[in-house]
Design a binder for this molecule. Structure first.
Ligand code: NI
Length: 226
């Protein structure tokens, strides 16, 4: 079951500063807390169907390939080309978002930071990966600045829009540029907010929905590490 979490919405425009952040965040809480579950279920169902989810339930695919994850080629925050294969042998925490995200992305990445800190040395083999859905603004230097805020091991990945689309399709992530921005640079992005935990063979292990507390993330990761 997948749910979409849209953190962007239709608030936009220049110069609104914290008011924008506050109102977006409040709407976040309202969405999540009151009746949000139903909405999320509906969105999830829509997303499932619109992404060929029915095919996953017994379509022609019979290769045994993981349903989440897959090949991608992107550029890391040091400007190096990386593919999914470069991460074999390591567990990954994969999150898609964008650095201009006012609340959801930084909150979720902060949870990643805290979960990894709680795990301590047990997390040494886990690489947190942040893949932008906004490559237009999230250039290599922007990603470098951003990723280092959260974890020394965090890899910030960007690329061309087409490369990013390949990665989002592999992870079944929805994203869309907000269409309400009055000033172009101020646009927001709608995007799925799920944190994926991937195994050393690139295999999907589990995912965490937005707002999962860091200690629960840590606990569930630990279970998978055995
Ligand atoms: Ni976000």
């Amino acid at each position: 079951m997948f749910t979409i979490y849209s953190d962007a919405g239709n608030v936009g425009g220049p110069g609104k500063g914290h008011r924008l952040i506050d109102s977006t965040f409040k709407r976040t809480l309202v969405l999540v807390s009151s009746g949000g579950a139903i909405l999320l279920l509906l969105l999830g169902a829509w997303y499932w169907v619109s992404n060929g989810g029915a095919g996953l339930l017994g379509g022609p695919k019979s290769t045994g390939r993981a349903l989440i994850g897959g090949p991608f080629t992107l550029t890391d925050h040091e400007g190096k080309t990386v593919t999914d294969a470069d991460f074999r042998g390591q567990h990954l925490l994969v999150y898609f978002g964008y650095t201009f995200c006012p609340d959801v992305c930084p909150l979720e990445l902060q949870s990643v930071t805290e979960a990894l800190e709680q795990l301590g040395p047990k997390a040494d083999g886990i690489v947190p990966i942040f893949i932008t859905v906004d490559p237009e603004r999230d250039t290599v230097p922007v990603m470098a600045d951003y990723a280092e805020n959260f974890h020394p091991r965090m890899r910030g990945l960007t690329g061309t829009l087409e490369e990013v689309k390949v990665a989002t399709r592999a992870y079944r992530v929805y994203f869309k540029k907000g269409d309400s921005a009055e000033v172009d640079e101020d646009y927001l992005m709608d995007h799925t907010s799920l944190l994926y935990f991937m195994g050393p063979e690139g295999d999907y292990l589990t995912h965490f929905t937005f707002g999962t507390p860091p200690d629960e993330i840590a606990k569930r990761i630990l279970k998978h590490l055995g």
